[in-house]
Design a binder for this molecule. Sequence first.
Ligand SMILES: Cc1ncc(COP(=O)(O)O)c(C=O)c1O
Length: 454
Amino acid sequence: MFASLPSPSPDPLWAQALAYRADPRPGRLDLVVGVYRDEAGATPVMRAVAEAERRLAHRAPSKEYVGLSGCPAFAEAVERLVLAGAGEGRRTTVQTVAGTGALHVLAGLVARTRPGARVLVGTPTYVNHVPVLRAAGLEVAAFPHLDAGPAGRGRASVQAVLDAVAGARPGDVLLLHGCCHNPTGTDLDAEGWVAITEAVLAAGVVPFVDLAYYGLGRGLDEDLAGTRHLAARVPEALIAVSGSKAFGLYNERVGAAIVLSEPGHAGAVRGTLEALARAEYSQPPHHGAAIVTEVLGDPALLADWRTELDAMRSRIDSLRAGFLDALDPRLAGLPQWQALRAHRGMFSTLPLGPEAMSHLSREHAVYGTPGGRVNLAGLTAAQVGRLAEAVNGVVLGTEARRSPGPPLHGAGSPLPDAGSPLPDAGSPPPDAGSPLRGPGSRVQVSPPTEAVPG
Ligand SMILES: Cc1ncc(COP(=O)(O)O)c(C=O)c1O
C-alpha cells in the first residue's frame, strides 16, 4: 500500500529542533520552538491556570460529550476577551483544536462558501499558514510583509497590504496577524489597521485575522485593538484565536474560530463549521476550554492572569533590549539591527540568512530557524550576552572559529556601510519550510513527537 507513497518535503524547522536536541554542548540555546520560557528556562503553568485546574478537579465535572461547537461558555468568554463589544450580535464562535484548528476550519469555511477564493498572504508568514490554506483547497497570493530597505525590517508594510487589496477580487480573503507577527515581530500600527479596514470594506475583501500572541506584544488591549477596530467596521470577518501562548496551554489544544457575518447567515455559518468539525474530529477536547472559561469568568483569576501575562511581556521586551544593547556598536548602529527595537512579541527575524543561521548553530550552539527567526522568549537574562556575542562573531568574523571555512564577513575587511546589506541580509526569505519558498533541504526528518515549533 505505501510502496508508492512519496515522502513529504522535510521541514527545516524540525531539522533545527532535532539538531538542537542532539547537540551535547552545554549552554546550547533553543530559540527555534515558539514557546514562552521563564528565567529558569521552563515553560510555566500560569498561576491562574493552575488555580483553575485545582478548582475544576474539585468540582469533578462530567466527561460527557459537549457538542460539535464545543463549550458555549468558553465561546462567549473568548468573544468577550477578544472583541469586547465589537461585532456584537453578528458573532458565531466555535471552540477548536487550538489556533491551528481554528485556521483550519475557517479555511474550510471559505472553501465551502467560495471555492477558488484567493487568500492574500504577506510573506514571510507563520510556517503553517500556507499549508493549512492550501490543504483546504484555497489559492494563496503572496505579497511582501515588510517595508523595503534595511530599516524596513522594523515595519510591516501597510502600502503592500493596500496594493494587494486593490488588486483583489470581491470575496477574496486577506490574512492578517493580529499582533506579534510570526516570524518578523513587526506589527501594523493603529493607522495601518484603520487604512486596511477601509480598503477591505471598499474592495469587498474578507479579513481573516490570526490571533496567537495577544498580550505578549504591547499589552492585552493594545494587541487586540486592531482586530476590534476591524470587527466593529466590516460586515464579515474570520478570526482564529489560539489559547496556546497567552494561557500557556500549548498541549491542551484550545482555541476558537470566530466568524462575523451579516444578519441571517449565522445558522449556515455555525452549521458549516460544525459539519467540518464533525467530519474530522467531531468535538474538540474540553479540558483546556474549561480552564480558560474558569480564568476568564472569575475576576480574581482574570486579574492574576493579566498580571502574569504582563510580566511575561515585560520579560520579552527586556530580553530584546538587552540583546540589542549587547551587540557590537558596529552592528547596533546599522538600520537593519536598529529596526529590531520596534519588534514586538516572542519573535524577531535577524538580518541573517540561512548560511549565517547555520553558522550560529554549528559554531555557537545557537539554534534559530534557517529564515533568521529567533524566539527571544527562549532566553534567560544571563544568556542574552551569549546570543549577542555569537551574532557579533558570525557577522563581524571576530570569533575564534572551530571549523574551517571562509568567514561570513572577513575579519579585517571593512564593515558594510549602513545602506549596504550585511552578508545574507536584505529582505528575509519566507520562513523556512514555507511552500512559497520552493524545495527545501533533503534532510530526512522523522515526524514530530515532542514540542512542535510554531
Ligand atoms: C501565528 C500563529 N498562528 C497560529 C499558531 C497555532 O498555534 P496553536 O495551534 O498551537 O494554538 C501559531 C503557533 O505557533 C502561530 O505562530
